[in-house]
Design a protein around this ligand. Sequence first.
Ligand SMILES: [Fe+2]
Length: 276
Amino acid sequence: MKQTKGKKRRRLTTVFVLFLVLFWAWNNYTLCVNRQTIASGKITAPFRAAVVSDLHESVLMPAVVRRVARCEPDLIFVPGDLYTDDGRGQVDKAVAFCAQLAAIAPTYFVCGDHDHEQSYYDALREVGVHVLDSVCETVTVNGNAIGLYGICKVWFPPEYSLGSTFPPPDASRFNILLSHLPAMERFADFPLDLVVSGDSHGGVARLPFLGGLIYDDVLLPKLFYHGAIYDKGLFEVGGCRLFVTAGIGSYPFPLRLFNRPEVVLLQFEGEDNHEL
Ligand SMILES: [Fe+2]
């Protein structure tokens, strides 16, 4: 009798541990595609941009390429942190990954706080990636003129502002900034329509009622962070929209919870097409 009870307990423990392992793996190593509509009177014909961020040399790289290809985006935005340390193997892997993205659609990159090296930027340019290191490019997509700005900047000197980096934008275009950090206070003097950022990893774990677990190195930011929390999704900041992706990889530990690795498909459309 005792032996049977012991066997039953061991079996239940095994099933519970197995469930926890599978649940952890599902949260950290399965990829989803999330869609976000961006409507504007400046958009005359719909187009789509895939956002791929914060891979931290994730094992999901091949899956990301497949999913992005299936989405058939017109543009691809990569706001940084493709690798964590600057060992050559990781840089090469990140460059090969971006080359595959660039074969799908024009790919625009800005660095994160981990992957910033001049030789890396050069290697990305060689495989056809547009490195927006304080650069603006005008892109025409489905007849829409888009101003694409990018900054490879993750530490801002006190005097830094976007207005002192770029000439004033053409307000008739839809102007997008790629910046790893959603440092909206640095961009306030520059009229943009959209900022696309990463970095936050969506708060890593998302808890009921409390939101993200970590933001800007603060635990339980909803309770203890003094300032605006831009950790995941679409925000409106001073007349400009900000989209922050939760990204794909993990650093330093794979502790995502209810916050699966995501490729985001931004669906741009005119205000008339937008169904409210
Ligand atoms: Fe990151």
